[in-house]
Design a protein around this ligand. Structure first.
Ligand SMILES: *[C@@H]1O[C@H](CO)[C@@H](O)[C@H](O)[C@H]1NC(C)=O
Ligand SMILES: *[C@@H]1O[C@H](CO)[C@@H](O)[C@H](O)[C@H]1NC(C)=O
Ligand SMILES: *[C@@H]1O[C@H](CO)[C@@H](O)[C@H](O)[C@H]1NC(C)=O
Ligand SMILES: [Fe+2]
Length: 433
């Protein structure tokens, strides 16, 4: 009898799904297919990423292995006054052989400028716009993207309104070792990722280890999604940083070592020490598994990384931490060491891109006081930095064919907030920082 009562109580008080009265949550949607329909020498899966000051990396794949890694580009359509040569790679995964994966770094490029470009001398012309050199700038954020009809809905909403840079806190294709799904993902995102820089970090779905044969994992991810790790002094594509306009953005690796003795930790200390808040008043970090999470999915999975790294991010006055992994949206207050703290970063979980696993419907009840908004819906976020001190964050739920803004908040940079300027936390006060 007692167990039955407890079970009923548990159901009603602990795992009651969060349901907002005006909106019925949809089911997962099927995978979309994007077959390869260009010729073997033509580029497919074209995407771009920032690659050090005033440079962009152009990445694409050709079935024809002999295509040269050359990008021709210019400021007028069809008139390419510059060209650059890069490198290509390919990989095997069991019986799968990838096409030739090309990476070419181009530049110097002017800010806020549209460039037209052609990859490998054939196929369609693409174009992108470089980010501005000063505020305002707008980031779009969505994690756990996948390649379902919800993904296409999220991407359509993202593309319907202008922005400068896409930030993805892990879990891209959900190929889960089926390598052709990396190719279809590349084709699905090309219309977006070839026109604005896509800056990604890895999630658990990128790992793809196999005992003895592929013990280190990340074969597809590292080959296809090369990020500016060398440009930011990192030894691994699994963590890096970049500057854009007046923001310094740190892309951390939740699935590589992060303990105090690790390369990642040492690199991060060095990277944080080099941040000059008078040049980059805004400072963000992205991870995959959230450190703060009141959803029942993946509870506690980010805890060991939080214990290792939270203090140095706090000491550096990071403004915002974005995470993915949990397929829902949740915004916390500024927080440090599990308590609200006006000098800590605001944490946002945004693993709501639309993958095939569906939504994480169950939140802890009651909501912890540091959690300010939570909702299991697919959608995307927008961070618009107005100037050195003010930014606006908004979250847009996928409401079928339109996107509906459901959450928003104004943020003030900790770099300009006098009270938080000094380092107050004691442990690392005498460290390199
Ligand atoms: C190739 O595929 C894309 C995306 O599915 C589609 O938009 C385009 O019309 C196709 N082109 C041809 C020639 O079939
Ligand atoms: C920064 O933007 C905010 C919001 O628009 C505005 O209130 C504030 O005055 C701006 N600050 C400066 C220095 O322009
Ligand atoms: C959501 O979509 C429904 C049906 O498409 C529409 O009636 C409703 O107005 C939309 N809500 C918002 C907030 O856009
Ligand atoms: Fe994940």
């Amino acid at each position: 009898m007692e167990t039955i009562i407890l079970a009923i109580l548990f159901f009603f008080f602990i795992i009651t799904p969060h349901v907002s009265p005006e909106y019925t949550r949809p089911n997962p949607r099927p995978l979309v297919s994007r077959p390869h329909n260009r010729s073997d020498s033509e580029p497919q899966q074209v995407h771009i990423s920032l690659a050090g000051k005033d440079h962009m990396r152009v990445s694409w794949i050709t079935s024809d292995k002999k295509v040269q890694s050359v990008v021709e580009y210019g400021k007028a359509s069809g008139k390419y006054e510059a060209s650059a040569t890069g490198e290509s790679t390919s990989y095997h995964y069991f019986f799968y052989s990838s096409g030739e994966i090309h990476h070419v770094r181009i530049g110097p490029l002017e800010p806020s400028t549209t460039y037209y470009y052609k990859c490998g001398g054939s196929g369609p012309e693409f174009s992108f716009r470089t980010p501005p050199s000063a505020f305002p700038i707008e980031f779009v954020v969505a994690g756990d993207l996948g390649q379902t009809e919800w993904t296409t809905s999220t991407l359509a909403h993202i593309g319907a309104k202008d922005y400068d840079i896409f930030l993805l806190p892990g879990d891209l294709s959900y190929a889960d070792t089926q390598q052709p799904l990396w190719d279809s993902f590349g084709r699905l995102v090309e219309p977006y990722a070839s026109t604005r820089p896509w800056m990604v970090t890895e999630g658990n779905h990128e790992i793809e280890t196999f005992p003895i044969i592929y013990p280190h994992g990340f074969k597809a991810y590292n080959s296809r999604w090369q990020m500016p790790y060398q440009e930011s002094g990192s030894k691994s594509n699994l963590y890096y940083s970049f500057d854009v306009a007046g923001a310094h953005i740190i892309m951390l690796g939740s699935y590589t070592d992060f303990d105090v003795k690790s390369d990642q930790y040492k690199w991060l200390q060095h990277d944080l020490a080099s941040v000059d808040r008078s040049k980059t008043p805004w400072l963000f970090a992205l991870i995959h598994a959230p450190w703060y999470n009141s959803n029942l999915a993946h509870k506690g999975e980010g805890e060991s990384m939080r214990k290792a790294i939270e203090q140095i991010l706090y000491n550096a006055r990071v403004d915002l931490v974005f995470a993915g992994h949990v397929h829902a949206y949740e915004r916390f207050t500024r927080v440090y060491d599990n308590k609200g703290d006006q000098c800590g970063p605001m944490h946002v979980t945004i693993g709501d891109g639309g993958n095939r696993e569906g939504l994480a419907m169950m939140f802890e009840n009651p909501s912890p006081s540091i959690s300010l908004y939570r909702e299991p819906s697919f959608g995307h976020g927008r961070l618009r930095i107005l100037n050195n001190t003010h930014a606006h964050w908004s979250w847009h739920r996928n409401n079928d064919s339109n996107a509906a803004m459901a959450d928003e908040i104004w943020l003030e940079s900790l770099g300009s907030y006098a009270m938080c300027k000094g380092i107050t936390s004691s442990k690392f006060a005498n460290d390199e920082l």
